[in-house]
Structures are given as C-alpha cells and as structure tokens.
Write a protein that binds this ligand. Structure first.
Ligand code: MLT
Length: 264
C-alpha cells in the first residue's frame, strides 16, 4: 500500500486488524520486508504497520537533506494518514535512533517503545569517519558494496551458513536500496544527536531487545538502555546477531507478544 506523506509516496504494510497499533521501523540499509515475519506472526495481537522509510524499499525519495527528525516526522505523517492516534513504536538499529526522535517530538503518541539492537549514544569520531567511508563506497560502487561490508555482522555465522533463505533475503534487501537513500541515511546517522539524555525522560513502557551475538551494536548497549529507562525490561535473543528479528523470528515475536500484553 502507498499513501502520500509530506510530499512523497510512502509504501507500507498494514494488517489493519484489531489490537494495539504496532509501528515497525526498519534499520539501515534495509526496508520494510525486514519485518515480514513480524507482520505475519503478530497480526493476531496487533495492528502491524511497517513502512519503508523515505527513499528505501518502495517509498519515494524527495530531495533535501535528511535527519532522524525527518524520518520521525514522516512516520507521524503516516500515523495521521492512517488515523492512528497512538502506537507501540518499535525500531531496530537505525529504526531505534528514529524511535528516540519520534519519542522526543510525540511522546503522547507512544504507547510503548521497543528498542531492538540499537543504542542511545551518537557516533564516535571513528564512527563518523566510517560513515564518510561508506558514503564514498556507496557512491563509487553502489548500495550492494555497503551491504557486503555489513553482511558478516547482520546474522550469526550459523544462520548465514545454514539458512540460505534468510541470508539471501538480507543480502538482497541491502543490495536493492538506492544510493541516494543510503547516502542520506548515512549522513543522518553520522550527524544524529546523542539520545542518552532522552532515556531518563521516557515514561512509556519499554522493551529492549538484543541479539545475544550482536557485534555491530553489542548487548552492553542494550543493558545500558535497560538500566537508564525506568521500568524497562531486556530480552536477549540467543543465536541472533544484529538482525535479531530476522535471525530468530519466533523468539523475537514471543518477546513482543509478552510486552504487548502489558500495553494493550
Ligand atoms: C542499522 O542496522 O540500522 C545500522 O547499521 C546502524 C548503524 O550503522 O549505526
């Protein structure tokens, strides 16, 4: 499905059933198909809404620079267009950075937060340099080259070796993104603010999720968020790396189901 939001066509899945609205924000350099197993597996307990961020997947790419606030405003526009007053907002990795921006601007619309394989802090100087390197790589060799570089951290070695379906889906998802979307997201991540001060302000029920084997954003980041957000709970997913929901969908969905019982 597509809807016009803030000057571009935003593509999204919406199970449109009963239950609490659950907004799923994908990571980088991915699209809404990241959440296929959640759209399928949680539709009986939630109205699952999974958009493609601007430029990614099947969404349009308006001109102009992009920040985490830009993505957050697009998502507010989507909820407005769908008539959704408040939602459980779930973000994986870059999706988590966006969830923080969304919370800062729209706390009253956040019924709960799910922060998966993400972190609150900004990029270090080396991290910023890595963004610039990846921007140059994407411009020179395309999005697939950035994906190839990231691939070893996305799934556990076991999943990558034994689950060709999952590995191929992840690789193809990263390869099909446009250079414009990838570059603008890298700039937005490089320049994103520190969300650490936000943690103490979060009043929404919060679930923190980490792949136990995530080396891109290690579990200690999840523990720090759990400790800093009042009442937050942490679920560590065994046998999962960075894309925990793709790697181990059943365990991930079970954690979300438990959490949704608290906020429904
Ligand atoms: C993501 O998975 O969204 C990104 O890799 C996060 C990041 O690079 O900081």
């Amino acid at each position: 499905m597509k809807v016009k939001v803030r000057g571009f066509e935003m593509a999204y899945d919406d199970t449109n059933g009963s239950g609490v609205p659950l907004l799923l924000i994908h990571g980088f350099p991915l699209d809404r198909t990241l959440w296929a197993a959640q759209v399928r597996g949680l539709a009986d307990v939630a109205r699952v809404i999974a958009p493609d961020l601007r430029g990614f997947g099947e969404s349009g790419m308006p001109t102009g620079s992009v920040t985490m606030d830009t993505y957050a405003d697009d998502l507010r526009g989507l909820l407005d267009a769908l008539g959704v007053k408040n939602a459980v907002v779930a973000g994986l990795s870059m999706g988590g950075y966006i969830a923080f921006a969304f919370y800062r601007k729209n706390a009253a619309r956040v019924r709960g937060l799910i922060l998966a394989d993400t972190k609150a802090g900004p990029d270090s100087p080396e991290g910023k340099k890595g963004r610039d390197d990846n921007i140059a790589l994407a411009r020179a060799q395309g999005a697939g080259a950035v994906g190839d570089k990231m691939m070893p951290k996305m799934l556990t070695p076991k999943t990558a070796a034994e689950r060709a379906d999952i590995a191929n889906a992840a690789r193809a998802m990263m390869a099909r993104q446009s250079v414009a979307a990838v570059v603008s997201a890298l700039e937005a991540m490089r320049d994103r603010p520190d969300s650490t001060p936000t943690l103490a302000e979060i009043k929404a029920p919060t679930l923190v999720v980490t792949g136990a084997e995530d080396t891109l954003i290690p579990p200690k980041e999840a523990e720090a968020m759990r400790d800093a957000i009042r009442g937050a709970r942490l679920v560590s997913i065994p046998g999962a790396a960075h894309l925990a929901n793709l790697d181990q969908p059943d365990t991930f969905n079970a954690a979300v189901r438990e959490f949704l019982k608290l906020v429904a």
